[in-house]
Design a binder for this molecule. Structure first.
Ligand code: 8YV
Length: 328
C-alpha cells in the first residue's frame, strides 16, 4: 500500500505548474485567491498540516509555532530569507525549516544594479518629467545626475547576492569594497578586485554608494543605525534589496529629506507593505514594491526547490536546503 501523502498547506498562490506538480505529489491545500493569511488562519494551518509552505508575508512566530499539531514536521519556506519564521522555536519543537537559496541570486543582483544606476542617474525622476510633459527640449544643464564609473561601492554582506552585485558593478567600472563577517576567499577577492573592511564604520565613511545585501537576523537589525548612517558622506547613495529592517528607515528618511545623504534605491521596507510617508515625498529616491526576485523563472525555480525539499523530507531523507542555527 502506498504511504499516505503528506498534507501540504501553501499560504499564497504559486505558479500554476508548481501547484499542479505539488498536487500530483502531495495532498496539497492551495490558496487560490492569494489573500494573505491572518495569524488565526496560520494557526489553523499549522494545526492541520504535515508541511507548511509560507512566504515572506506570513509571520510564523512562536505564537503560531507553539500551536502546531504534532504532525507538523516541516516548514518549507518559499523564499530565501527566513526572518519571517521563528526558526529557533521551530527547531526546538522538532520542526525542520528549509528555504530556497541560490535561485534568486542573479535576479536580485540585477535589481540591485538597476537601483545603483537608477538613483545617481535620476532615472525615475526623468520618467516623471516626461510623463508630466515637462520635457520641452534638451538642455546642457537639465537632469544632471552623477557618474557611476570610478565610484566606490561598499557592499554590506558578501554572500551569494553581494558577490553577484560585485561582479556586475565591477563591469560598470565601480571599485568594489565590502564588509562581511569574514573576508571571502582570496580567489574571489582577486577576481572582483575587492577590498575587505573589517570595520563597517570605516567603510561607510568612505563609500559613494552602499548596497545592503545581508540577511535580516537579530545581529543585522538596524545594522545601519542612525549613528552609522551619519558616518556616510552627504554625497553618498544607499541601495537596499535585502530587508528593510537592516536600516533605521526613519533616520534614513530624515537624512534624505535634510540632504545629509544624496539618494536611496529601496526595494524593501521596515514595515512592509507600509512605506514611510516621508520617503514617498522625496525626489531623490527610487522605491520599489519588494520585486527584487520577481521573475517568472525565479518563482518557478523557488517552487521547484520547495518541492524537492518536501519530497526529500517525505521520503525520509534530510532535505537539501535545511536552515541551521549557525546561518542565523
Ligand atoms: C521573495 C525574498 O520574493 O527570498 C527572499 O528572501 O526576499 C524575496 O525576494 C520572498 O521572500 C518570497 O517569500
Amino acid at each position: 500500500m502506498p504511504a499516505k501523502k503528506p498534507l501540504v498547506i501553501v499560504t499564497r498562490k504559486l505558479p500554476d505548474a508548481i501547484e499542479t506538480r505539488m498536487r500530483e505529489l502531495f495532498d496539497t491545500r492551495l490558496n487560490h485567491d492569494d489573500a494573505p493569511m491572518s495569524q488565526a488562519d496560520l494557526i489553523e494551518a499549522v494545526k492541520a498540516a504535515d508541511v507548511l509552505v509560507p512566504t515572506v508575508t506570513d509571520r510564523i512566530d512562536s505564537k503560531v509555532i507553539v500551536r502546531a499539531g504534532a504532525n507538523l514536521k516541516l516548514i518549507a519556506n518559499f523564499g530565501t530569507g527566513v526572518d519571517n519564521i521563528d526558526v529557533k522555536t521551530a527547531l526546538d519543537k522538532g520542526i525542520t525549516v528549509t528555504n530556497t537559496p541560490g535561485v534568486l541570486t542573479e535576479d536580485t543582483a540585477d535589481m540591485t544594479m538597476a537601483l545603483i544606476l537608477a538613483v545617481p542617474r535620476r532615472l525615475v525622476e526623468g520618467v516623471k518629467e516626461l510623463e508630466a510633459d515637462r520635457f520641452t527640449g534638451w538642455s546642457p544643464s537639465w537632469m544632471l545626475g552623477h557618474r557611476v564609473q570610478g565610484k566606490r561601492l561598499g557592499i554590506v554582506g558578501m554572500g551569494r547576492i553581494g558577490q553577484a552585485v560585485a561582479r556586475r558593478a565591477k563591469a560598470f567600472g565601480l571599485q568594489i569594497h565590502y564588509h562581511n563577517r569574514k573576508p571571502v576567499h582570496a580567489n574571489i577577492e582577486r577576481e572582483l578586485e575587492a577590498t575587505y573592511w573589517e570595520s563597517l564604520d570605516q567603510m561607510l565613511a568612505r563609500m559613494d554608494i552602499v548596497s545592503v545585501n545581508c540577511p535580516h537576523t537579530p545581529a543585522t537589525y538596524h545594522l545601519l543605525s542612525a549613528r552609522r548612517l551619519k558616518l556616510m558622506k552627504p554625497t553618498a547613495y544607499i541601495v537596499n534589496t535585502a530587508r528593510g529592517e537592516v536600516i533605521d528607515e526613519n533616520t534614513l528618511a530624515r537624512m534624505l529629506e535634510a540632504g545629509q545623504l544624496s539618494g536611496a534605491g529601496l526595494d524593501v521596507f521596515e514595515h512592509e507593505p507600509a512605506v514611510n510617508p516621508k520617503l514617498k515625498k522625496l525626489k531623490n529616491v527610487v522605491l520599489l514594491p519588494h520585486m527584487g526576485s520577481a521573475t517568472i523563472e525565479g518563482r518557478m525555480d523557488m517552487g521547484e526547490k520547495v518541492i524537492i525539499n518536501i519530497k526529500t523530507f517525505a521520503d525520509g531523507h534530510k532535505p537539501p536546503d535545511r536552515v541551521i542555527p549557525a546561518m542565523l
